[in-house]
Design a protein around this ligand. Structure first.
Ligand code: FES
Length: 73
């Protein structure tokens, strides 16, 4: 069985996605990504290259540190 895709939430930054993924726009068209490299998806909303991160989060002061919590409550 193949390793699952990993999505890592970066502090004050993007989602880093590692693994073979298909990235599809709302019209069903596939965005080109290098299958051998992780991709960074914008989480702050300020990127000029959405859905990809362009490091604008650094200038925008985006502040978010997500930590896992138990689903049990
Ligand atoms: S998370 Fe990097 S530009 Fe938005």
């Amino acid at each position: 069985m193949a390793d699952p895709v990993e999505i890592k939430v970066r502090d004050h930054g993007p989602y880093k996605v590692t693994g073979p993924v298909r990235l599809i726009d709302p019209e069903g068209n596939e965005l080109e990504v290098d299958p051998e490299r992780p991709i960074a998806l914008c989480r702050c909303g300020h990127s000029q290259t959405k859905p990809f991160c362009d490091a604008s989060h650094r200038e925008s002061g985006f502040d978010s540190c997500v930590r896992a919590r138990s689903l049990d409550g």
